[in-house]
Design a protein around this ligand. Structure first.
Ligand SMILES: [Zn+2]
Length: 195
């Protein structure tokens, strides 16, 4: 008996991409704005990332979008709690656990004399999508470097990101945008002090 090397297909998300999804609700001029307006916005994002079969043609409902938002907020709460070194709200932990439990699960499949690693999908496409979203974040908490989760130091941004820098001292989501803005502000402050 032999074992197939590769799962038949994989719907995984990178940690970076999962955190990007959390930032689909972000600050804009001091107000929180949500870039997921319609259920199809959320569904399209997951299909684009290869997380859902594009042929999973069923449309998502308003209830699906509401679930996406709840799980997104719960994941953000858990990440924020880690960054802020505090206890997350228990309801957020419950929501993340429910999302993990209702998604696709890994299973062995027999193909003649070969064992393949496949998966069984959750009850609905949105179940799979949300479990896939939670997985890389939870995996990082479990066996990665949770101390590298960050919130952008720009108070008008507050994006969540993962610090992969060698020194672990990255403060901004993006040096070119938030980092430069901070640098420019310090520069202006210095000039004002001199003047
Ligand atoms: Zn930022």
């Amino acid at each position: 008996m032999s074992v197939g090397h590769m799962p038949d297909h994989d719907h995984g998300l990178s940690l970076e991409t999962a955190l990007e999804f959390l930032n689909t609700r972000e600050l804009d001029a001091g107000d929180l704005v949500d870039h997921l307006h319609r259920p199809s916005d959320a569904r399209a994002w997951f299909i684009e990332q290869g997380t859902l079969h594009g042929d999973a043609a069923e449309a998502w409902s308003d209830a699906d979008l509401a679930r996406v938002r709840v799980v997104r907020e719960a994941l953000r709460e858990v990440v924020d709690a880690v960054v802020e070194e505090r206890r997350p709200r228990p309801i957020a932990v419950d929501v993340v656990n429910a999302a993990l439990a209702s998604g696709a699960s890994t299973r062995l499949e027999l193909d003649g004399a070969t064992i393949k690693v496949g998966h069984r999908h959750g009850a609905a496409a949105v179940d799979d999508a949300l479990a896939t979203l939670a997985s890389p974040i939870v995996a990082e908490l479990a066996s990665g470097r949770p101390d590298r989760f960050r919130t952008c130091a720009n108070d008008t941004c507050r994006w969540t990101f993962f610090d992969t820098s060698p020194t672990g001292r990255r403060r901004w989501c993006d040096m070119r945008t938030c980092g430069n803005r901070a640098k420019a502000a310090r520069h202006r402050a210095r000039l004002a002090g001199v003047g």
